[in-house]
Design a protein around this ligand. Structure first.
Ligand code: ADP
Ligand code: ADP
Ligand code: MG
Ligand code: MG
Length: 626
């Protein structure tokens, strides 16, 4: 049965989780014998944005394929699949009957933004950005949409040469310019910074606004929009309704009934669907890692003996200062970097397009100025800024990598006296740095053995530490990957492995660049907790974090470095500020305010010009702390 095949979550007794009684009969689609099956479907509603929320491998993309008419559901009978007519009859009485009837009669035109992978970009090599968008511009809104997604400076580029974030915006634009009745966006914000995520959100929401269509309100009210999104703040802001998918990744997925956004997300986090009296996870996903709840009330903590529930080990390093620094890249170097990345992408399955460097204007150079600052034991410092403003560059400087890799073209030094690169921050690299790079270590991705082999080769001593196995390897669900070939891992699996290796490398300073890339909403919450618990509470060390998922960033950060300036041209990284001042400053620049949900305290974006938005802006309070 499903229950037997269900993969067990760490420390989770499946028996506690109650499954719906009709799981054997009410199947919507099954790929084949012993393969994944989905129960239920999303019910999009005209004039509204429907958000889908669920773990990787739970059937979100499958559901979109069915709704778009490209995958005919077999109602569980893969040997003699039903005809479309039967399927329509099956949905008699629900709004899907009308929906499928119209899709089949070609009355509903569907436009889909697919989930991106490396193969997708490879197929588009040699095509020009402008030509591809123009070709699809049925609404005659190309310029407006491209401007709103900040694509205008990329129009002459080859699609094959776009960075991950650029490609994402390009594909979103290709979908938005079409004149369709149904719009679907499968993960539209990965690789984007917070500002770009908000831009994409506004552009998608505009599909249901009357002034965006010739037919006015009536036209807008007839558009169906469905989004799959893992960034909880964005999903929350983008959607009018939410449906969750739960079950067992790779085995089966159940789609919940449509509910309002706030309840839908809260129920997903709680692991309990109230209307259906359904508990699908026996622990709630929470963000807070207070020093006091180190092991309490936790998914894996229950397994520890009492003696091991020790208080946090706080290091003795004290405060470390780093000097003001600056770094300039010439465009020559940039070109080389991009070419090198392209060569690699042929050999790799993972999301290699993210390797290309983000936006920079050709024919110019980029300068990053860093204000002098300090950091302490047991804190997380978040670097918040747009793509291309030098977050990764800062990490490279802290890691002492910059000179090694880019020696000739780089100029590191103190701003004041232009001291040379060798003396820039010798103390820091010698402290011991463990660094998870933005695109993860290419050497690891090329590794030929299994995950276990790689773990043994890189962090063997940590592996024998029972706490490390429990709080990191098992909690990140890397344990179940151990027998797999590293080369076969998906983007999200590789990410979890990379985080594990980073945390397992003993160091005084942990540098973690974009850990949420490729992770689903649930894994993000878990990863945030694992990183904070291990680095801060257990090791008592320092973590520098680059993270665009605002829920994750605010859950982890103790202090914040904010970037100011023009991305790709010249930017300044401020000294670390307290969270209040830092996030406030960051959000003020974006002109966005956040409140917190009273139940689980997750940050929620205030609707622009809503009463709360105006009040908070007037009070200069862009982000509410509890
Ligand atoms: P999600 O989008 O939620 O990550 P998907 O819908 O892509 O999930 O996939 C759900 C499950 O269905 C996965 O285990 C996947 O391997 C499986 N699957 C997807 N497409 C096929 C297919 N064509 N044949 C067999 N299994 C498939
Ligand atoms: P972020 O991590 O904030 O997105 P990066 O630090 O990666 O930003 O890059 C900042 C700027 O420096 C970008 O404009 C990028 O194109 C440029 N850049 C990064 N690395 C190089 C390099 N090796 N050579 C030339 N330019 C680079
Ligand atoms: Mg998917
Ligand atoms: Mg970066």
């Amino acid at each position: 049965t499903c229950v037997n095949r269900a993969k067990q979550c760490p420390g989770e007794a499946v028996s506690v989780v109650k499954l719906p009684a009709n799981l054997e009969t009410d199947t919507t689609h099954r790929y084949g014998p012993n393969s994944f099956k989905i129960h239920g479907l999303p019910h999009p509603r005209p004039g509204c944005v429907l958000g889908l929320l669920g773990t990787n491998g739970i059937g979100k993309s499958t559901a979109l394929k069915i709704l778009s008419g490209t995958l005919k559901p077999n109602l569980g009978n893969f040997l003699s699949p039903a005809e479309w007519q039967e399927i329509v009859t099956y949905y008699r009485g629900s709004d899907l009957q009308n929906y499928f009837t119209r899709v089949l009669e070609n009355q509903l035109k569907v436009a889909v933004k697919p989930q991106l992978d490396a193969a997708f970009q490879r197929r588009l090599r040699g095509k020009k950005v402008k030509d591809m968008i123009k070709h699809r511009d049925e609404r005659n809104k190309m310029d407006e949409i491209c401007a709103s997604l900040d694509l205008m400076h990329l129009m002459e580029r080859d699609v094959g040469k776009l960075s991950g974030g650029e490609l994402q915006r390009f594909v979103v634009a290709c979908t938005l310019v079409k004149d369709a009745d149904v719009y679907m966006f499968d993960e539209a914000t990965s690789f984007l910074d917070v500002k770009q995520r908000l831009q994409v959100t506004e552009a998608i929401r505009a599909l249901c606004e009357k002034n965006m269509w010739e037919g006015g309100e009536q036209a807008a009210m007839s558009k169906y929009v469905v989004v799959v999104e893992h960034d909880l703040a964005i999903l929350d802001y983008m959607s009018d309704f939410v449906q969750c998918l739960y079950g067992s990744p790779g085995a089966y997925g159940v789609v919940t009934k449509r509910s309002n956004v706030r309840n839908g997300i809260n129920q997903f986090l709680a692991g309990y669907i109230e209307q259906e009296n359904m508990r699908f996870r026996n622990h709630a996903l929470t963000f807070k890692v207070a020093a006091t709840d180190f092991f309490v009330n936790d998914e894996v903590g229950g397994e520890l003996e009492e003696g091991q529930q020790q208080a946090a080990v706080v290091g003795k390093m004290g405060t470390i200062r780093y000097p003001a620094m600056s770094k300039t890249y010439s465009t020559v170097g940039k070109g080389e970097e991009v070419r090198r990345c392209e060569k690699r992408s042929d050999e790799l399955q993972t999301l290699t397009f993210a390797l290309a460097k983000p936006d920079s204007k050709p024919g110019s150079s980029f300068t990053l100025n860093i204000e002098a600052g300090d950091f302490r034991d047991g804190e997380v410092i978040a670097l918040m800024g747009e793509n291309g403003c030098g977050k990764t560059t800062f990490m490279e400087l802290l890691a002492g990598n910059t000179k090694d890799q880019r020696g000739k073209e780089s100029t590191i030094g103190s701003n004041a006296d232009g001291a040379d690169a060798d003396t820039a921050n010798p103390s820091l690299a010698s402290l011991g740095v463990s660094y998870k790079t933005q695109n993860n270590n290419p050497k690891h991705r090329r590794f030929e053995g299994t995950v276990r082999d790689l773990l043994e080769e890189t962090i063997n001593s940590s592996l024998s530490d029972r706490l490390f196995r429990l709080l990191v390897v098992r909690a990140l669900q890397v344990e179940e990957l151990e027998d797999l070939k590293v080369s076969s891992l998906s983007g999200g699996e590789m990410q979890r492995l990379a985080i594990t290796i980073c945390l397992g490398t003993p160091a005084s300073v942990y540098l973690i660049d974009e850990p949420s890339a490729g992770l689903d909403c649930e894994q993000r919450v878990i990863a945030a907790k694992v990183m904070k618990r291990w680095i801060v509470n257990h090791m008592g060390k320092t973590c520098f974090l680059v993270e665009h998922d605002f829920v994750m960033a605010t859950a982890m950060a103790d202090r914040v470095i904010v970037y100011e300036g023009i991305p790709g041209v010249e930017c300044t990284a401020t000294a670390p500020r307290n969270v209040n001042e830092g996030f406030n400053n960051f959000l003020k620049r974006l002109d966005v305010t956040f409140r917190r949900d009273p139940i689980n305290f997750r940050p929620r974006i205030n609707k622009k010009n809503s009463r709360k938005d105006q009040e908070q802006k007037a009070a200069g309070c862009y982000f509410l702390f509890d």
